[in-house]
Each structure stands twice: as C-alpha cells, then as structure tokens.
Write a protein that binds this ligand. Structure first.
Ligand code: URA
Ligand code: SF4
Length: 239
C-alpha cells in the first residue's frame, strides 16, 4: 500500500509584528473634582488644627485613589471644631451628604444631632464629625475593603491632627476600623477600648436605630454615649 502522503506541515504563521501592546495601565480613575465645603469651613477656624487639616481636605478634594471618585458629587471630608476632644466617626456619606458635602446631614444625621445635643448635652458644632470613607458608595452599599484601605490615611491624619480624647464610632465599619477588632457591633459596644492612648467607644449607627426604633436599642446607644460623657465631663467641649 502506498504510504499515505504525509500531511503537509502547517505553514508557520507569518511573523507579523505583534501590535504594540500597552502595558496594563495602572487603573486610572477619573475623579470628580469640585470645590470643597470642608476647605471653606476650615478657613473660618483659626486654630493650628484647622490649619493643619486644610491640606488634607485639599488632597481629599482631588482624590482619585478608588473608584468612588467617579460617582461622587463631591467629597465629604468632615465638619465641626478641629479642637474638639470628641470625634464621631461614621461609615460613609449617603445621598444627602453627597449633595451637601457634609457628614450626617440627612435623617440619620438628625438623629445623631439629637444624640449629641439631647443625650450628651453637647453642641453639635463643638464635635468633629467625619467618616471612614470620604465618598459615597453608589446606592449606599457597604464600603469595600479596598476602598477602606485606599481612604485610610485621610482619617488617620484627621485623628492625628485633631488628637481627640474620645472617639465615638457609630456603626460596624468605623467600630472595626478604630478598634482593629473584627467583631460584631453588639460585642464591641458597651465598653471603652483603649487604642493609642485614646478612648474608643462603639455604638449602633443612627440609621440602624431608625430601622430598629425600640426602647432596648435606644437605651444601649444612650448608655454608650454616656461612657463618652463620663470621660469628657459635662459642660462645653470647646471653650
Ligand atoms: N451615615 C454615615 O455613616 N455617615 C454619614 O455621613 C451619613 C450617614
Ligand atoms: Fe479617595 Fe477616599 Fe474618595 Fe476613595 S473614598 S476616592 S480613597 S477620598
């Protein structure tokens, strides 16, 4: 039998210069950059702390370190007196905050104001209020771990500059951020955590309280904020 003709070797593919492939671009986000309410507010205070916060707020204003920079209306850096011995830290701006450029100005914010003014008997403008994230997660979804990491240095510097005696963490994300403990909020609340020589007190988020408006939940929040008052003392926070 005649041997089968050997299958023709496939023609080597013609060497064509591969199209110049771009190195995978470092993910470049397109940040929304607009004037900052916080920078304007800080210019009205004349303390060293207010001065020191200004460049940080300016850095946040133009920040493009995570994808939230593309969907924000504006950044929400923080508000209140930078000389305050009390900081309150929330999770991230919601819809109202994204529009106004200030933390806790919506429905949860109204409850937070009542907690400060009626529960603790302090003036809200004496407290420095900020969030773990400076930009709103779309649809108010939970912050993602990489967003928290990208944003970490801003809150770290706010705390370092303001140097508060007490920090009240409202909600799970700030409670875990501040204590470094990956525990449920129900376990973190009700006690004083000492971190870097500061008192960290954790409690439920006001939005959670609004959704679970029971005597027990409200009583727990009241107990928690009184722990802060015990350390700070009664009377004006800032003279
Ligand atoms: N919830 C937060 O955690 N922060 C805000 O600023 C508003 C709502
Ligand atoms: Fe930058 Fe924080 Fe906003 Fe992300 S959330 S863009 S890290 S300021």
């Amino acid at each position: 039998m005649a041997p089968k003709p050997r299958a023709k070797k496939p023609m080597p593919a013609k060497a064509v210069a591969a199209p110049a492939r771009k190195a995978p671009a470092a993910v470049g986000f397109k940040p929304v950059i607009v004037p900052s309410v916080a920078v304007e507010e800080l210019q009205r205070f004349d303390s060293d702390a207010a001065q020191a916060l200004q460049p940080v707020a300016e850095e946040v204003r133009v920040c493009g370190k995570c994808k939230l920079c593309e969907s924000r209306t504006q950044t929400v850096f923080g508000t209140g007196d930078p000389r305050s011995p009390l900081m309150i830290i929330g999770e991230a701006p919601g819809g109202d905050e994204d529009v106004k450029g200030k933390p806790f100005v919506g429905r949860a914010g109204k409850l937070l104001t009542d907690i400060i003014e009626k529960g603790m008997k302090y003036k809200r403008e004496h407290v420095y209020i900020a969030n773990v994230l400076k930009c709103r997660p779309p649809g108010n979804r939970n912050p993602e771990p990489e967003e928290i990491e990208a944003c970490r240095s801003y809150l770290e510097r706010q705390i370092e500059i303001i140097n508060p005696k007490v920090i009240l963490a409202v909600g799970l994300f700030p409670a875990q951020w501040l204590t470094g403990k990956k525990m449920a909020i129900g376990k973190l609340r009700g006690q004083v955590h000492e971190v870097d020589g500061r008192a960290i007190i954790c409690t439920y988020h006001p939005a959670y309280v609004l959704r679970n408006y029971t005597v027990e939940t409200r009583k727990k929040v009241h107990e928690d904020v009184l722990l802060a008052v015990e350390i700070l003392g009664k009377g004006p926070l800032v003279s």
